[in-house]
Design a protein around this ligand. Sequence first.
Ligand code: 16G
Ligand code: MG
Length: 547
Amino acid sequence: MESITDLAQKIAQEKHPRKVDKVIQYGTAGFRTRAENLDHVMYRMGLLAVLRSKERKATIGVMITASHNPEEDNGVKLIDPHGEMLEASWEVHATHIANVPDDGLAESLRTLIQKENIDMSVEGYIYVAKDTRPSSSSLSQAVMDGVSALKTNAKDYGLLTTPQLHYMVTCKNTEGSYGTDTEEGYYQKLSSAFKLLHKNVSWTKYSPVTVVDAANGVGAVKLKEMQKYIGETLKITVYNDGSSGKLNLQCGADYVKVQQKGPIGCNADAGVKLVSFDGDADRIVFYFFDKDGKFHLLDGDKIATLVAGYLTNLVTQSGLKLKLGLVQTAYANGSSTKYIRQQLKIPVACVPTGVKHLHHKALEYDVGVYFEANGHGTVVFSDDAMNQVKKAASDESRPESERKGARNLSTVIDVINQTVGDAISDLLLVEIVLCVRDWSLEDWDKAYTDLPNRQLKVKVKDRTVIKTSDAERKADSPPGLQEAVDSLVEKYPSGRSFVRPSGTEDVVRVYAEAETQADADMLGYEVSVKVYELAGGVGDKPSPPAK
Ligand code: 16G
Ligand code: MG
């Protein structure tokens, strides 16, 4: 009799053959490449999700998206039981299963089953969702084929934002204690808490009007849905909503952050609150134009400081002794780190790029706020902190002011999608803080002034020659590179620069900041040249900044 793994291989050969030889890696955010090369990878990730599900004895999520990448790309990532990124040791399994030749698939599956000691009689369960890319439908079908090849059931949610799927997986695996694993459950939980906090607050400078560039992605559909639940409390206008423009093309959070300008179709009056999501709505940035038409960006760093400041106040008010900490990456603007240390007086940690590193570190605090400068982030509360907050909220022996602080904290927790950064949830959270503080975006922006900065890419033969340490702030190889960067940095007041291989693109990334934009541009350029010379640059040499 044919074994189930042989059968899975047969289906692979017949319906989802591997047509490309190029090895593909499970990177920072799963597999990501041209959609036409992904069919076999998707089928195999369906298989792998089942094995992971049986091994964990829990529901596993499979999200089909390539986030802020162009429409021609697609990708897939697996979501672990508590809504977190797939464990690193399984990333290795994923890479292996994705690349093995068709006729070796059954054998590889058997080896994995043995190695991880997977009990194949355990019933697995898979949640699948996709973004709005044209390629997502057929790729999602390939995932479903993989799941059913191993005789396992899946729930296909169709279109969801990435953070919504993380949320669903967590709801399911906590048997509903985190929330209800339906879209309605998600909108209900977040919007009710939001409306409660927004109620009874009066303002003069805050404006409950927000204009959102949804990057022509899935966030548009879901935000419009959320608006129905929020009603009048916040008036959201969505553009770049997929009705005409192309996904992520000249729009979205990544474009706005990197280009430091508004997206296509953006023509707002001075002071209007503007927002961009990325293609799968797990990143958000805010911005506005001042009276002189100057663009002001409020990125992940600014969001982190806003949120951390607010939560610190609530914790203090509640009288609870909770340890709050903030987690950033090397991309965090130097001014933000200084502000957090000197003004907010909150402990701040720096970790390597990628959500899993930030999330993991944030879990070390009772209340861990984490944000990447690019706008991905959230807040996580330890189980103990959540229990303390709940208890304090109804503890009659506490003064009313403390109980009020705890009650507000408890409600804020419900606005937050703790499983992963979530543009919709973050939007609501920021709106609450701005409303309570009665701040316009100008007020928020005044907290500190970003040091001018520049991000550049350098093409090299093999980007893995760059090895970093100290949360990517030091390049240990190739020899001489760090010394070269150090001596360039020294020339510029408030200069800082680092280089790291991208985890999602075949390039080396260069970051530079300095007191003036011209200095940041020049420092970035000079460092790029060093990377080109010392790390095997290919193609054209980096060109100097335009004067
Ligand atoms: C991925 C990461 C994001 C990171 C980015 C860096 C996840 C879910 N996403 O999008 O956190 O900022 O990669 O890209 O981890 P890079 O390595 O190409 O600079
Ligand atoms: Mg994204």
